[in-house]
Every structure is written in structure tokens, then in C-alpha cells.
Design a protein around this ligand. Sequence first.
Ligand SMILES: O=C(O)c1ccccc1NCC(=O)[C@H](O)[C@H](O)COP(=O)(O)O
Length: 259
Amino acid sequence: MILDEIVEKRKEQLQREKEKFPLEEIREMALNSKRIPLDFKSALQADGISIISEVKKASPSKGIISEDFHPTDQAKAYEKAGANAISCLTEEHYFKGAAKYLADIRASVSLPILRKDFIIDEYQIYEAKVLGADAVLLIAAILEEGEILKFYQLAKSLGLYCLTEVHNEEELQKVTRCKCDIIGINNRDLKTFEVDLNTTKNLATKVPYEAVLVSESGMKDGSDIKTVKEYGADAVLIGETLMRSGNIKKTIEELRGSL
Ligand SMILES: O=C(O)c1ccccc1NCC(=O)[C@H](O)[C@H](O)COP(=O)(O)O
């Protein structure tokens, strides 16, 4: 499965990162950081629907999405267009992301930023804090329940929020047993890459407590947003549609249009 391949490559990237800055150093930097992270959770609870706009150069399902890629300009355009938060991919091999993009974006916008990556090691959470992220993604499909809890608690201790992502009921049970407070429901089937908004419909009703719900992947227009909002989503995470847009302001207006 693609996730196994991504995780294998991610381990190689992690090794390079650790060679540059050993764990002890990055932990020290994170613990000494004076920056107070922004309130990612509140940003996802705006009236209507909140939009997390993703800075995404490429993906396993689509290959290169943006040839003329300027991450900081893209993020600034999202902020100007009224996005509620930014997601920045930092995985290098499949998504052509970089840690540096996040640090550069942090220096250029005031919105909360999600570190969108495949987190498999505490190192990446300390690093997220040092880069200036406000939240990290935890993907239930690649983590044991014990790891979800450990990473969730570590992130919280650093003042970072976690968007905890699920694709099915089994993963949802893992994250709800950990009482995660922001749950991302990913509509993309990672075996076929097909997107189906019914994933949000099926899982949203099965969250056994009040959580912030984010519907992720495959949303193209206002009617998709209206649909997932009706299914219970508080926020949406949108990458490709915004990356391909020639007019981000107009696209965000259209996405919010039918609410
Ligand atoms: O986007 C992919 O092809 C992909 C493949 C395998 C694992 C994760 C993948 N995407 C990560 C995401 O969650 C999306 O970037 C995000 O939800 C935005 O999706 P979209 O609006 O469809 O670009």
C-alpha cells in the first residue's frame, strides 16, 4: 500500500534531518522556544465552514500539481482570500514538500499552520514546534493506539494541536479512545485513490463525543462543501483545487458560496 511506501521514504528523510540536528538539539530548541502557538482549534470553528488551505506541490495520486510553485506566495494568497488556516506539506519525496517551506510561511502569514506530514517519530513533533507550526497531523493508519496517545500528549505539552486523521471505523475507534479533539476524516481511499464524500457521512455520526470534525480530500466546489457541512464537518482541508486555481480569492468565495 502507498502509505507503507511513503513511511519507508519518510524514515530516510528523518535520518537526514537527525544528522543535521540530533534529537537532543531539536528537543532543546523546542522546549526553549518562546513562541506561543496560535489557536488552530478555534480557527476551525468559524461561522459557516472553516477552510484549511493546503500548500501542496505534488501528490502520489496526481504527480506534480503545481509546476510554478511558490509556497510563501501561495500561503499569502490564501490568507488574503480569507482562509482560516494553512496546511503545509513537509514530506519531500512524494509531495515535494520541505521543512523550510513551513518556516518561510510562518514568517509571512498570521494564520495557524498545520504541519502536514507522516509523523512516525517524536522528533517530527519537536521539529514542528521549532519550525513555527501550530498543529501537527497524526495519521491513525500508520500509528498504533499507544503512539497516537504518546504523540498527542507530547504535542499538547508543547502547545501544539493535533489533527488526527482517520479513513475507517477501526481507525476512528483508536483515536476516540485517545479522546482526540480534532478529527480529520479523509475521503481518499489510499488503495485506489478514489475520493468518496460518503466517508465523511459514514464516520461523522460515529464520533462518540463533541469533537471538531474536518473533512479532507477531493473537494472541488461549493456543492461538495455544502454536502460535507450537512454531514457534520466544521472544517474542510483543500489542496489540489486551490493549488490549480488561477484566482484563489474567487475560488474560496465559490467554495463558501452555497452556505
Ligand atoms: O493526495 C494524495 O494523493 C495522497 C496520497 C496518499 C496519502 C495522502 C495523500 N494526500 C494527503 C491529503 O490528505 C491531502 O493532501 C489533503 O486532504 C488535500 O486533498 P486534496 O484537496 O484532494 O488535494
